[in-house]
Design a protein around this ligand. Structure first.
Ligand code: FES
Length: 106
């Protein structure tokens, strides 16, 4: 079971074990992790599950698709490492993945 590190804007680390197949957003909400809202339920249409992927993990988490890119363009605090947590599916090879939450969800 992969263990994922969610790091709040203030540096608080939440390390949780997540079964593969769940999205990073669902796993955060189920584990009560603050800083990821997921208002649209994972449909890539609200942008409230914005996270930053640690740069050394970007090759494994991959590139956002066009729909996700369009959503990210609407988020003022988005950067090159930004992703929507509902669009990343947990897999066994993401063991140890680190993501950071923004100061606010938009
Ligand atoms: S949960 Fe709405 S975009 Fe990810």
């Amino acid at each position: 079971v992969p263990s994922i590190k969610y790091i709040e804007f203030d540096g608080t680390v939440h390390e949780v074990e997540v079964k593969s197949g769940y999205s990073l957003m669902v796993a955060a909400v189920q584990n009560g992790i603050p800083g990821i809202d997921g208002e649209c339920g994972g449909k890539c249409s609200c942008g409230t599950c914005h996270i930053y992927v640690a740069p050394n993990w970007q090759s494994l988490t991959g590139e956002p698709n066009n729909m996700e890119k369009k959503m990210l363009e609407l988020i003022p605090s988005a950067s090159e490492t930004s992703r929507l947590a509902c669009q990343i599916e947990i897999r066994n090879d993401l063991e140890g993945l680190e993501v950071r939450m923004p100061e606010y969800q938009f």
